[in-house]
Design a protein around this ligand. Structure first.
Ligand code: HBI
Ligand code: FE
Length: 279
């Protein structure tokens, strides 16, 4: 999730290590927080079979994390074996460079605090439910796991070239709000959608938003809003499409994009591959 960092960050950054990581302090979670976790989980788990991609459904089931806020270290024992990723606890949003550094080393930052009950339906910053429920299941998919590391490495280079915004758009329209096409129609793989009670059905069923075929340069020019449902979703055919798109060096893309204007979130262009709106 790439929350709006204009307001003061929520988490406790006072005890973090130089790399922004913190202990999860799992025993500090209250019974009320585990109960809120169970309610958030139950709501999303009821939607997942109908709207999430197969890889997410299978991996979420294997994680078996409905009963309480998961212990990151317990999940790491399995995640390391599956795709050589590990989860690290963080107090909340990190500066871009620190975030990219973790991804480039196959470390996924998971916020350790849980939202308040009144934020059941919406939260701007990532909390442990968004980060764990939304992002962790797909870290078990080998191709997606490689894409995320490649994204992190690309982010370190983009930072050096002053092209962070373009990479942030790529993250937003894939890792956070991406759709994948299937014979049964589009399904969600983006964490921002999968952890949202309202947007998960909306992104698949609504006739309102555009659904455009993945196009790297088009995405890197497309602006996004952080506090409404998306006006446009981009869909891929398979995760390999993401991984292959990040294979080339992006420097020539940045040069090309510097001259190109930005595209408004709800706009469609003549060259867009539009999915047929659901009936
Ligand atoms: N920090 N903890 C955390 N989680 C994110 O998803 C995150 C971040 N910092 C920056 C960020 N995302 C985005 O700007 C990325 O596009 C870089
Ligand atoms: Fe996220």
């Amino acid at each position: 999730m790439t929350g709006d960092t204009a307001h003061a960050p929520r988490g406790d950054y006072s005890r973090m290590r130089p790399d922004y990581t913190v202990e999860q302090e799992w025993s500090d979670y209250t019974a009320a927080e585990h109960d809120l976790w169970r309610r958030l989980y139950a709501r999303q788990a009821a939607l997942v079979p109908k709207y999430a991609c197969r890889e997410f459904i299978d991996s979420l089931a294997a994680l078996d994390s409905a009963a309480a806020i998961p212990r990151l270290e317990a999940v790491n024992a399995r995640l390391r074996k599956a795709t050589r990723w590990v989860l690290v606890g963080v107090p909340g949003l990190l500066p871009d460079l620190d975030f990219f550094e973790h991804l480039a080393n196959r470390r996924f930052p998971v916020t350790v605090w849980l939202r308040k009950p009144e934020e059941f339906d919406y939260i701007v910053e990532p909390d442990v439910f968004h980060d764990f429920f939304g992002h962790v299941p797909l870290l078990f998919d080998p191709v997606f796991a490689d894409y995320l590391e490649a994204y992190g490495r690309g982010g370190l280079k983009a930072h050096a070239l002053g092209a962070i915004e373009m990479l942030a758009r790529l993250y937003w329209y894939t890792v956070e709000f991406g759709l994948i096409d299937t014979p049964a129609g589009p399904r969600a793989y983006g964490a921002g959608i999968l952890s949202s009670g309202g947007e998960l059905p909306y992104c698949i069923e609504s006739g309102e938003p555009n659904r455009i075929g993945f196009d790297l340069l088009r995405i890197m020019r497309t602006r996004y809003k952080i506090d409404t449902f998306q006006e446009t979703y981009f869909f891929i055919r398979e995760f390999r499409e993401l991984f292959e798109a990040t294979a080339p060096d992006f420097a020539p893309y940045y040069a090309k994009l510097r001259g190109a204007g930005l595209i408004a979130p709800g706009e469609t262009l003549a060259g867009d591959r539009l999915a047929v709106a659901p009936r």
